[in-house]
Design a protein around this ligand. Structure first.
Ligand code: FE2
Length: 253
């Protein structure tokens, strides 16, 4: 895994970043750059841009001046927000209530990133909040919740954490029955304390498989981008949910 900017289309770029747990294991992180219909740009997530990736982004965005917003869609992905605010001082910074608490030096917009007001401002994007799990858990180690963002024009789906993709080479996938999509390891712990939480999460994910069946590139923070042919994303997500549903619903029993 190395830092990389991947052009999904001429309106969507996914930037693969490094995130080293305890300084060793690189579990990866990401942000995405979207060209809006007005010709300006929005980021999904924050990442400290350096070297060639920074140059490419600055060239695309008129040295950052065309970046109008940064939408921080994962409440626990806060490491790079302050640097991003320095790099793109004219952008509006949207985040969750936790972003405002943890990174108070950023001038956060009053509207939360998950609000209807923000969604209405970006008709090029579709947003979805998972059902049945905490968006911001009281337990700092539970990161399964996040706001998902789909960009129909490019078929890119930006997911920080709720769904994971294991970064395996195609050749390994050809010989091993590794699922294409995995649920975040803390998902079970993130379930609301209600009897139907597991079922609600699974039903929501199946709706995503239907509503966003045009997904061609699943950009998962941890820790890979996975491409899908037509229809493949829906079947991969349905397979992941079919496997998880008994465990997630039993957890509530
Ligand atoms: Fe994460």
């Amino acid at each position: 895994m190395a830092e990389e900017i991947i052009e999904i289309s001429d309106t969507f770029w996914n930037i693969r970043g490094d995130l080293r747990l305890k300084g060793i294991l690189n579990v990866g992180t990401q942000c995405s750059l979207v060209r809006l219909d007005n010709g300006r740009f929005a980021f999904l997530g924050s990442y400290t841009l350096t070297g060639d990736i920074r140059e490419r982004v600055m060239a695309l965005t008129d040295q950052g001046r065309a970046v109008e917003a940064v939408l921080n869609v994962h409440p626990f992905h806060t490491l790079h927000c302050a640097q991003m605010a320095q790099d793109f001082p004219s952008a509006t910074f949207y985040g969750s209530s936790r972003h405002a608490e943890v990174v108070p030096e950023v001038a956060w917009a009053t509207d939360r990133v998950e609000s209807d007001a923000v969604a209405a401002r970006y008709p090029e994007l579709a947003f979805s909040m998972p059902d049945g799990i905490d968006y911001i858990s009281d337990n700092e180690d539970i990161h399964a919740g996040s706001l998902l963002v789909y960009h129909p024009a490019s078929g890119a789906l930006h997911v920080d954490d709720t769904f994971n993709v294991l970064p395996l080479p195609e050749i390994v996938r050809d010989v091993l029955p590794v699922p294409q999509i995995a649920l975040h390891p803390t998902l079970k712990d993130a379930l609301h304390d209600t009897p139907d939480a597991g079922a609600r999460f699974c039903d929501w994910a199946e709706r995503i498989a239907t509503d966003w069946s045009g997904t061609r590139a699943l950009c998962a923070a941890h820790s890979a981008l996975m491409r899908f042919d037509e229809g493949e994303f829906s079947s991969a997500l349905r397979a992941a949910i079919a496997k998880a549903r008994p465990k997630l619903t039993a957890a509530q029993g």
